[in-house]
Design a protein around this ligand. Structure first.
Ligand SMILES: [Zn+2]
Ligand SMILES: [Zn+2]
Length: 364
């Protein structure tokens, strides 16, 4: 086994450089992952912007178990050589939320204040290798991992977490299923994942909206199962949903856009009475209070969504492995370890053009 590990370390001020680390020693309870591919997440950009202490980013990880302690092998049900996906959360396993199975709510995993989280913990947290933009990662004793089939292309396998968000939001939180009409605002990686998940769950009509500049993404949305796409700069979304549904409107609206309050207003207008609106994209802004009358009048359920549970990751892995959906359409760009800075600028719309999902290949 090699003794040195190369990793892309990010610093305050949007700087990233390749650094060499000692390969961590493995005890009975932990392990080492040889990273195969890492999907670039939209969250990587705000994490990069808010990096105070140097850290290795990247948390949509797929890899092979390189070395594993005997207790960890037993607990996780894996052996050396197995292909796995990691969840970004490294939960305590003992708190109220962990006991309920909602370990993404565990205080230890908090994105801004938690101690342990893949693609987030600083290199000052021993043994430093907590991020995916690295040749190898440390597998903490509280790691949550899922086995991955070997035949799925690496860039598609690395979509397990964003696709799992689609299942968590559209199906588990939103109840998308047979006979339902689902409107998704924003055709980014999450919006497309929600569209695919809603369709996989049997939704009757999946309608996805975007801007004129999103034309390519809307075309991909059609290929992965959306029934209708709406360019909101050309067509009135409320009128179009009225037309498609014969006036019944949508059971579920999911905001995956970075649009402003107007997206919330249009969501309220396209959802039916007793319908549900999920807020996944509207951040860092106040919710306009004058919309509350409409919420009450239509008895709308509005709730925030983030991340995924264990079950939704399993669903995502199954659906990706089924090959029923052309996920290769989402995998537009690959980058090497030395291009991590550019990969993150690309997800922020400041790098390579036309990206939907980018993948970092640490050995490529
Ligand atoms: Zn992510
Ligand atoms: Zn916990």
């Amino acid at each position: 086994m090699v003794e040195k590990v190369l990793a892309a370390v990010s610093f305050e001020g949007l700087m990233t450089e390749i650094r060499e680390f000692e390969m961590p020693k493995v005890s009975a309870d932990d392990g080492i992952l040889r990273v195969e591919a890492v999907g670039v997440c939209g969250t990587d950009w705000p994490l990069y912007q808010n990096t105070k202490n140097p850290r290795i980013l990247g948390h949509h990880v797929i890899g092979h178990v390189e070395k594993i302690g005997k207790n960890a092998a037993k607990r996780w049900g894996v052996k050396e050589g197995d292909r796995v996906t990691l969840e970004e959360y490294i939960p305590c396993g003992a708190c109220h939320f962990c006991r309920m199975g909602e370990f993404r709510m565990c205080p230890e995993t908090d994105l801004w204040r938690g101690s342990y989280r893949y693609g987030c913990s600083p290199i000052s947290t021993a043994p430093a290798l907590y991020g995916g933009y690295s040749q190898y990662m440390y597998l903490h004793p509280n790691t949550v991992l899922h086995k991955q089939p070997t035949y799925v292309p690496a860039d598609q396998a690395a979509l397990a977490l964003p696709v799992s968000n689609g299942f968590e939001w559209a199906c588990i939180d939103g109840g998308a299923g047979v006979g339902k009409t689902v409107v998704i605002q924003g055709p980014g990686q999450l919006g497309l994942s929600c569209a695919m998940a809603a369709k996989a769950a049997g939704a009757d009509q999946v309608i996805i909206s975007g801007l004129s500049a999103d034309k390519d993404r809307l075309d991909v949305a059609k290929k992965i199962g959306a029934d209708h796409t709406v360019d909101v700069q050309e067509v009135d979304l409320v009128e179009r949903v009225h037309e498609i549904t014969g006036g019944k409107m949508a059971d579920l609206v999911i905001d995956c856009s970075a649009g402003g309050a107007s997206v919330i207003l249009s969501s309220i207008n396209v959802v039916k009475h007793k319908g549900t609106i999920l807020l996944g994209g509207y951040k860092h802004k106040p919710i306009p209070e004058f919309y509350s009358d409409e919420l009450i009048k239509k008895c709308i359920t509005m709730k925030g969504v983030r991340g995924h549970g264990y079950q939704s990751v399993e669903m995502a892995i199954e659906v990706i492995a089924s090959g029923k959906y052309p996920l290769n359409e989402l995998c537009t760009h690959t980058f090497s370890l030395s291009e991590v800075d550019y990969a993150m600028k690309t997800v922020a719309g400041k790098g390579a053009k036309g990206a939907i999902s980018s993948t970092v290949l640490p050995w490529g």
